[in-house]
Ligand binder design. Sequence first.
Ligand SMILES: [Zn+2]
Length: 284
Amino acid sequence: MIVTENVVEKIIDVHVHLYPDEIVPRFYAWIEKKHKLKAKMPIEWEKTLERLRMMGVSNVFNLTHAIVPEYTQMLNEWQGFLKENYGFITFGAFHPENEDELLIEAFERGWIDGLKLHPPVQKFKPNSKEALRIYELLEELKKPLLIHSGWFPDNSFEYADANMYDELVFNYSFPVILAHMLVGKTREIERYLDARKNVFTETSNALVEMEIIENGEKILWYCEDVKQIIEEFPDRVFYGSEIPLVWWEPEETLLNLLKLDVDDRIKERVLYRNAERFIERYLR
Ligand SMILES: [Zn+2]
């Protein structure tokens, strides 16, 4: 494995979940009690940060979706704290059951840079009426969205299937990051990246070797399509890890990216240059 000198300390991880301590037990319960898996690293935010620093990560996009509508305000204030004290890029919380004002205020007060939505957790489809209402708001505010896409442990593709992002991609012009490269159906992200220049994706889960058998069908996370998409769209893919919510080795995504048989300059773009440009272009 080669972590080249010029990459260490520069990495920008665009898929990190630093949550306040009072929420952390919910994540342990979700991984360990609900799914009977083992959390592979501490989920507490300060320990997570230490681990990220050890991996050469200099900045993160911190993502806090509102698991329930009551958490929105608290999570956005939390993001404001992280932004002020650590300079992170913050993708904050909103829930279809919240009033517009909560999101508007979070942007106005500078707590958040963008919005994180998690349809399979928040239980709405990305092409539903509830979703379109939030997209209208983001279009007005001209703010970016990072949204879960692809297979999810609780409900498979029910709220995150490949064709459910058509309305979002084709009807709006705010920047969109489709998380996880549509994991499980990565080939199908090509038409979205092809269609619109304001659409991006990131590597979390897509570079993890995971094979799930569901109704007799094999669902692969890391596959040949991942490499092809990175090579086809070298300016539109970011490095993301899903740390600390991992039941695989936390370093796996980074190591698999570094091992990938693609040009080193493409790896540099994925590891930090593309995220730097995104920040410069949309968040300054
Ligand atoms: Zn995540």
